[in-house]
Ligand binder design. Structure first.
Ligand code: STR
Length: 506
């Protein structure tokens, strides 16, 4: 584009934006949170220049600016929360006031302008999809396989595949994603992939393209007009979304062609049934039930189910290797409570204190989404007595909350015993500063599913195997990629068959 036109556009945006941000701030009275230095047009971006990921930077500002501070993300007034007390106020006490989602270029593309659940703004349609997904996942339907059975089958087939891999070094992340994509794939589409199915490889490709280019503080989300210029983030994102669309569309068309309202096999069927019902009974208030709404919802559940849990699985494997004594403890617990005659069941969970504590500690020390998805104030309100105008973006720094020294002794040390009481019994939440799935109206829809998968998988896995680094490899930490989620790098490990297990087949 001609340089003068570009300069003109920049100047005009500069004047408009700095004017609106000034007006916005002057309009509101009351006590305001301490603010990072802010300049017209760029806002506080100078303070955010750093090699540190944003959650660590925000945590560092806590010393000078407090548990709650504000900044201008370009033209967007934003409040950052580093303490659980304010986080609870936003998420639960005033959950409805803060249940909005800001518009961002990348998340609007991903969610087709706010459809689906995770990135949709608060509305009756949003609530409808949340409820539908929730009841599809967790309501036990007579004559159908239960969620525990679906997970159990995938766990069994994954662990028997692992038998053949004993002693050979392998990349763990991909195996884990494969397992998880089969569980959520069953729930969403009633289908699973073979490990080297080309479609599965395409899923991996599009998922990575989305994760790296959506909502992770890209400039185009701060200055939306940048979308009119060539932009690599958007290019990769659009390419990944096109791959996703073609895969989902195929599944969707197949489901439509074979749909029978009296036999709902998976989430797509459940959504199609809702679409059909809406034609005959008028639901009030009427949710929007276009094909785009349905596909965005399914795509999100599938993507979230694979991505988030695979991160926690990878970390659990990593910490088990770093702490062989923890593996031994969990294995003793398995041997004493379950034995070798049968596979672990969900009903064993109440007796498996050390395994539960290990899973919770992993979720604490490595929250999947260190800054959650930004919330937006839907009304003029307040946090801790500070005035919060409608439209304020609120970022919860879950990382800071899970690493708060006042709540967690040596927060950077992995120590499952924090989640055990004196008698060695598991405590669900030793501090209110623990909220790995967020809280309130926008709490993670997959929380129960994730916990079931973590428990059933690791109980079954540790019943049969131990895990270690391959000879010559000695990692003490994993590099991370920061975006909408924080992904650990893939790493090599190998399995050992437990002596006690050999010869037993439950
Ligand atoms: C992963 C990649 C994909 O294919 C689709 C999605 C959409 C839903 C996203 C998911 C993503 C990443 C994790 C998210 C989830 C919604 C809720 C979850 C952001 C980008 C978290 O909040 C951790």
């Amino acid at each position: 584009m001609d340089l003068t036109v570009t300069t003109l556009i920049i100047t005009i945006s500069f004047v408009i934006l700095s004017f609106t941000s000034l007006v916005h701030k002057k309009l509101k009275g009351g006590k305001h949170p301490k603010s990072l230095p802010s300049f017209p047009f760029i806002g506080s971006l100078l303070s955010l220049r750093s090699n540190l990921p944003v959650h660590l930077l925000y945590q560092r500002f806590q010393k000078d600016y407090g548990d709650l501070f504000s900044l201008m993300m370009g033209p967007q007034y934003t409040v950052v929360i580093n303490h659980y007390r304010y986080a609870k106020e936003v998420l639960t006490k005033k959950g409805k006031f803060f249940a909005g989602r800001p518009n961002m270029v990348t998340t609007d593309l991903l969610s087709k302008d706010g459809k689906g659940i995770a990135f949709a703004n608060f509305s009756p349609t949003w609530r409808f999809y949340r409820k539908l997904v929730h009841s599809h996942l967790y309501t036990v339907k007579s004559g159908k396989e239960t969620l525990e059975e679906t997970i159990g089958k995938e766990v069994a087939s994954t662990c028997s595949k692992f038998e053949q891999l004993v002693g050979s070094p392998m990349d763990i992340m991909i195996e884990v994603v494969w397992f998880l994509s089969n569980v959520v794939g069953k729930l969403c589409f009633n289908s699973a992939h073979d490990r080297d199915d080309p479609e599965f490889l395409k899923v991996l490709e599009y998922k990575q393209g989305i994760v790296e280019n959506v909502g992770g503080y890209h400039l185009v989300d701060i200055f939306p007009w940048l979308k009119y210029f060539p932009n690599e983030t958007l290019q990769v994102l659009k390419r990944s979304l096109a791959i996703r669309e073609s895969i989902l569309m195929k599944k969707f068309e197949e489901h439509k062609a074979n749909f029978k309202s009296d036999s709902v096999k998976d989430l797509i069927d459940a959504l199609l049934k809702a679409q059909e019902n809406a034609k005959t009974n008028s639901l009030l208030p009427a949710p929007q039930l276009t094909d785009d709404h349905l596909m965005t919802t399914v795509g999100e559940v599938y993507g979230a189910g694979m991505e988030t849990t695979s991160i926690t699985f990878t970390w659990v494997f990593f910490y088990l290797i770093l702490h062989p004594e923890i593996q031994t403890k969990i294995q003793e617990e398995i041997d004493n409570n379950i034995g070798f005659e049968r596979t672990p069941k969900l009903s064993d969970k109440k007796n498996m204190h050390f395994l539960n504590a290990t899973i919770s500690e992993t979720l604490r020390i490595q929250p999947v989404s260190p800054l959650l998805i930004p919330h937006m104030a839907l009304v003029d309100t307040s946090i801790g007595g500070y005035a919060i105008p409608k439209g304020t973006q609120v970022t919860i720094n879950l990382w800071a909350i899970h690493h708060d020294e006042k709540e967690w002794k040596n927060p950077d040390v992995f120590d499952p015993t924090r989640f055990l009481n004196r008698e060695g019994k598991y405590i669900h939440s030793p501090s209110p500063s623990f909220m790995p799935f967020s809280a309130g109206p926008r709490i993670c829809v997959g929380e129960v599913l994730t916990k079931m998968q973590l428990f059933l998988f690791f109980a079954t896995f540790l019943q049969r195997f131990s895990v270690e680094f391959p000879p010559g490899l000695q990692l003490t930490d994993l590099k991370r990629k920061f975006g909408i989620v924080q992904q650990p790098e893939d790493f090599k490990l190998q399995f050992k068959s437990r002596r006690k297990w050999r010869g037993c087949t439950p």
